[in-house]
Ligand binder design. Structure first.
Ligand SMILES: Nc1ncnc2c1ncn2[C@@H]1O[C@H](COP(=O)(O)OP(=O)(O)OP(=O)(O)O)[C@@H](O)[C@H]1O
Ligand SMILES: [Mg+2]
Length: 472
């Protein structure tokens, strides 16, 4: 698959009517309007066809041999809760739109009708569903931490990433999102959906790390009634719920081996088997996956399937760590201060010195760590309106502040303390490498050696400290 492959196929409509002339009339008319149309002659065949590959919309006659259109509608919607069905009635079977809606239909038409009349109803049904979904997405954005303001991208690295997202959104190919913890992989997955032609379809998330291993499969693929103890009713899986939309598999490195094998098969055939069912289901679902783990490493350790990695890694996106996009930091802080103010916490500004320190810090926990830091600072700052250097978390505060705290001793002692802090920080950053630290400081290696001895600095301890450091 390539990035230029269109994101969605033509809309598929299923026609069910026992009269052959009616089937032909609908097939011909709807095909001319650009729909892909299948036609069947009774209710059972309609349900079977729908369960095999969900349609975008069904046009079902009410009176048919076997199970009628109303019963077929019920079964379709119990497996595909968002399934759209328009019922066709001869005079007298269904009298009102209300009655049809109560049965779960999107609309109804009374025979005889023209293709144009039907087309108006189909468009209205599609439009209504799209609007409902858009509202839901808008609402979840507004309720969510992000408040619908989207991905902040001022730094060159993030500008490049958003351009890449726009390109990848055009395709149906699977995308694998990598990046350290807290960099915004979840937001990137959502942006891929919202910028694609599928934006009106569902965006469904499965956090593979949060769902117990034995439940991942039934969550993803659904199950038939009686598939296991406690499964009294059949349940549609997330893959089906995300039909025509995007399924986001978060923390895919934590997926169980059994689920890995099934997802791999789905990516190959675009079909899957719900647990305990004999009926393959085919859906048009785009898969986006994310992980902060090294999947190649997991493959080597025998914990992740090599073939699945190949299939996932068709297109990949690397979300850069925050320290490589520092230009975004002031805006991220501003947005977080607004978000907290909206929650009723007193509005805050921030002093240039504090902002400088926050921008210079390395943020091993990335945007999530930054968000937590701001929240803590606001919570602990009492009634003051401007956050300053004293409010900063200790790890963010530079050595300068430590030094000025005890400004009452002599210059030599203050300088010793500054140098100790400065060189210790430098050595932690370089993983204890004196050569590298000297290079960064712009002094000779010999000079640094002497100074460290005078200061009684423990170089080995800085090596230990730097193990927890993301970028030695
Ligand atoms: N560019 C950005 N603009 C606005 N908010 C961002 C941006 N990047 C990250 N965030 C915010 O940072 C927080 C962490 O992001 P997210 O949960 O997506 O991280 P993640 O990469 O999925 O981390 P993990 O691997 O730990 O799951 C979220 O609150 C998210 O809204
Ligand atoms: Mg995440």
């Amino acid at each position: 698959m390539t990035a230029t492959e269109p994101s969605t196929a033509p809309l598929r409509v299923l026609v069910a009517d026992d009269e052959e002339s009616m089937r032909h009339f609908l097939q011909r008319g709807l095909r001319r309007l650009g729909y892909e149309v299948d036609a069947v002659a009774d209710g059972n065949a309609a349900v079977a066809a729908w369960l095999r590959t969900p349609y975008d919309l069904g046009v079902l006659d009410v009176r048919m041999p076997g199970i009628d259109g109303v019963a077929a509608l019920g079964r379709i919607r119990s497996s595909d809760p968002e399934g759209l069905v328009v019922l066709m009635t001869a005079h007298g079977t269904i009298a009102t739109a209300v009655e049809a809606m109560q049965l779960g239909a999107a609309d109804f038409v009374t025979k005889p009708f023209t293709i144009d009349e039907l087309e108006v109803r189909l468009r209205r049904a599609f439009g209504l569903r799209a609007a409902t979904r858009e509202n839901r997405q808008l609402r979840s954005l507004l309720d969510g931490p992000d408040q619908g303001l989207g991905l902040i991208a001022r730094s060159p690295a993030m500008v490049a990433l958003t351009q890449q997202i726009d390109l990848l959104a055009q395709s149906v190919a699977t995308v694998l999102i990598g990046g350290e913890s807290g960099t915004g992989k979840g937001l990137v997955a959502e942006a891929l959906h919202l910028r694609s032609e599928r934006r009106q379809g569902p965006f469904v998330t499965l956090n593979c790390a949060a769902v117990p291993d034995n439940l991942v499969e039934s969550e993803l693929f659904g199950h038939a009634a009686g598939a296991f103890t406690g499964a009294t009713r059949s349940k549609p899986g997330l893959l089906l719920r995300a039909n025509r939309g995007t399924l986001f598999l978060d923390e895919i490195g934590d997926m169980s081996p059994a689920a890995q094998a099934k997802i791999e098969r789905f990516l190959q055939d675009r079909e899957f088997l719900p647990l305990g069912s004999q009926q393959e289901i085919r859906v048009d679902t785009r898969i986006v996956a994310a992980t902060n783990r090294d999947l190649h490493e997991l493959v080597r350790a025998g914990l992740f399937r090599q073939e699945l990695l190949w299939r996932l890694d068709v297109l990949s996106v690397a979300v850069p760590p925050l320290r490589e996009r520092r230009e975004d930091i002031p805006l991220l802080i501003a947005r977080n201060l607004e978000r907290l103010a909206a929650k009723g916490l007193p509005p805050r500004s921030i002093t240039p010195e504090a902002l400088g320190a926050l921008t210079a810090y390395d943020w091993p926990g990335n945007v999530r760590e930054l968000e937590n830091a701001i929240e803590r600072m606001v919570a602990l700052s009492g009634e003051r309106t401007a956050l300053g250097v004293p409010d900063l978390p200790t790890e963010v505060r530079g050595p300068g502040d430590e030094v000025s705290r005890e400004g009452d001793d002599n210059y030599e002692a203050a300088r010793r303390r500054f140098d100790r802090l400065y060189f210790t920080n430098l050595l932690v950053r370089t993983g204890g490498s004196i050569t590298e630290a000297a290079r960064l400081a712009g002094i000779s290696r010999g000079h640094l050696h002497r100074r460290l001895k005078e200061l009684d600095c423990d170089v080995a301890a800085t090596r230990d400290a730097s193990r927890g450091n993301p970028r030695p």
